[in-house]
Write a protein that binds this ligand. Structure first.
Ligand SMILES: [Fe+2]
Length: 225
């Protein structure tokens, strides 16, 4: 994977939002403007909805835990974490009446919500140094059987980071309460997603998700959802 020094800057922003590389690589100067720009996008998203704030932080933490369990490099783990923080930034462009609707969405409303993926990519498109992070975000609602959106990609066309992000996103959604249903327990949410086969969690990612759930590694993030 080819990454630019600016990508390292973005990765450093993902964990501590500091001006110092989280990777410990001090060979490249860190551009505070780049790291602070990423933080500004996160702040804008959080201002839109308090729900998005907690959701994005939990998804980032769970996705990074899964990525670590899968043996990804530190750099890739931080890329997945950053993608988790930014994955729903496109919801800035979703009507609040739809975003905050307490009940189930109509077909038109659901179609509008689905637009958040492409809206987010458009918002983030000037930040080309994000590289693979943008791809992970693009894929977080795709599914390996082709049943996802926005492109209906399937199989190897889906990035591993996107598959991990999708698993973490689905777990957080099911373990969070909705107006029309109670929150599921972590175990019940995982059992439900596993029952969906490749329409739930990518089969390559699923064993790692099961291990981190069974080992209690994500309870700290999702247990109080
Ligand atoms: Fe999303």
């Amino acid at each position: 994977m080819i990454v630019s020094s600016s990508y390292h800057m973005a990765l450093s922003a993902s964990s501590e939002f500091s001006d110092h590389p989280a990777t410990g690589d001090t060979s490249q100067p860190v551009d505070p403007f780049s790291t602070r720009m990423v933080q500004a996008f996160i702040n804008a998203m959080e201002a839109k909805s308090p729900y998005l704030r907690g959701h994005s932080q939990r998804v980032a933490a769970v996705a990074a835990t899964i990525a670590t369990e899968l043996g990804l490099t530190d750099e890739a783990v931080e890329g997945v974490r950053l993608a988790g923080q930014l994955h729903d930034v496109g919801k800035i462009g979703v009507r609040e009446a739809v975003l905050d609707k307490p009940g189930r969405l109509t077909a038109e409303e659901f179609a509008h919500v689905k637009e958040h993926v492409l809206i987010g990519l458009k918002i983030l498109s000037p930040l080309t140094y994000l590289g693979p992070v943008l791809e992970y975000i693009a894929h977080h609602h795709e599914r390996v059987d082709g049943s996802g959106y926005p492109s209906g990609l399937s199989g190897d066309a889906l990035s591993l980071g996107g598959r991990i992000l999708g698993a973490a996103d689905a777990l957080d959604a099911l373990t969070s309460p909705r107006a029309y249903r109670h929150a599921l327990s972590l175990e019940d949410a995982l059992a439900f997603l596993a029952s969906l086969g490749p329409r739930g969690i990518c089969p390559v990612v699923l064993p790692a998700v099961q291990r981190v759930v069974h080992n209690g590694q994500v309870l700290v993030f999702l247990g109080d959802a």
